[in-house]
Design a protein around this ligand. Structure first.
Ligand code: NDP
Length: 313
């Protein structure tokens, strides 16, 4: 059996294991949440974000279903509302500071705060074997800075509780620092990003700036950046390293005010982002994010997951 077949077999086996586990309902003991638990999902109008919203609302939480385009978002939210799910629509563009501000003011006035933030919104402009960086600025602005904008805006609004507030960043294996393939070639930079002592927000931002400058002056191909979907992979590398960094900072908060932050890879999912290629349905792609958001064990933070298992950054 070839490696591809073996990988397919492993994937299929894991998929079956997870679908079996998903048939077992959460017990009362596991349910730390109620219908008053507020989960905000970004980019909820389609794909994985829609499914995350669907599943969280199905577990009985109140989902704040957001999208940048109001009419598209309202239409999508209506489908879940008509099924009797507790889904409330609100406009939110994660790269528009005024939209984030209006959203923050609204959520504080109406709900007094939130319990879960799922940073799902993202963009990618490469398909198949493409590797264009034409949209690099937008990709990094949305996937990394947009996610960071939301974390900075929502953390002050996260309600204090013994269960802990949670942030889930939907990321990608393509952004692994130490994947065997597709990693940063500059060993020193990689070590700095890996090491908790040298990792900082400035270092992550500087790495993105360095790449974007090379995109502008045309030298990025010699820069030793990830070889596949370079801009997208780097944007997710930034999300992953930022998750590690901020999880550590938030874990130093006093008991009752802690924020637990993890990231996950949904797999290769059939959505518009992949031009409906992929191994996995949006429903399955949403599973790990939902499972992590609802974890009873609050000590899990600063980690990276796929198919409900921890993977290396
Ligand atoms: P889709 O392209 O189907 O959905 C992306 C969503 O993000 C859309 O709702 C889109 O809104 C929204 N979005 C984009 N920019 C913004 C913005 N500025 N503000 C608010 N929302 C925005 O992709 P997927 O569902 O596949 O992707 C969801 C997440 O999963 C992404 O973070 C992606 O990187 C990640 N991922 C996906 C994989 C896959 O195989 N599909 C693999 C690994 C990770 P609009 O409709 O307005 O464009």
């Amino acid at each position: 059996m070839g490696n591809k077949d073996k990988a397919r077999e492993r994937r299929e086996k894991r998929r079956q294991e997870i679908s079996l586990v998903r048939t077992i309902p959460y017990s009362d003991h596991q349910r730390w949440w109620t219908s008053n638990t507020i989960a905000v999902v970004t980019g909820a109008n389609r794909g994985i974000g829609y499914e995350i919203s669907h599943q969280l609302a199905g577990h009985g939480l109140t989902v704040i279903f957001t999208s940048r385009d109001t009419s598209v978002g309202e239409e999508a939210a209506k489908v879940l509302q008509e099924r009797g799910l507790n889904v409330v629509y609100r406009q939110l563009d994660i790269v528009d500071p005024s939209s984030i501000e209006a959203f923050s003011t609204w959520i504080e006035e109406v709900y007094g705060g939130i319990d879960i933030l799922v940073n799902n919104a993202g963009v990618n402009f490469n398909f198949g074997s493409d590797n264009s960086v034409e949209h690099a600025e937008k990709v990094i602005a949305t996937n990394y800075y947009g996610t960071k904008n939301m974390i900075k805006a929502m953390v002050p609004l996260m309600r204090h509780s013994t269960s802990g507030a949670r942030i889930l960043n939907v990321s990608s294996r393509l952004g692994r620092l130490n994947g065997r393939r597709n990693r940063i070639g500059n060993v020193e930079l990689r070590r700095k990003l890996e090491d908790d002592e040298s990792l900082s927000e400035e270092l992550i931002d500087q790495t993105m700036d360095m790449f974007l400058e090379q995109v502008k002056d045309g030298s990025w191909k010699e820069g030793g950046w990830p070889q596949v979907y370079t801009d997208y992979s780097l944007s997710k590398l930034a999300v992953n390293t930022y998750t590690r960094l901020m999880a550590r900072i938030y874990s130093e908060r006093v008991e009752g005010e802690k924020v637990y932050m993890n990231c996950c890879c949904p797999g290769w999912v059939k959505t518009r982002m992949t031009d409906w290629a992929g191994h996995t349905s949006p429903e399955e792609g949403a599973d790990t994010a939902v499972w992590l958001a609802l974890l009873q064990d609050q000590t899990v933070s600063g980690r990276f997951f796929a198919e409900r298992r921890e993977i290396n950054f």
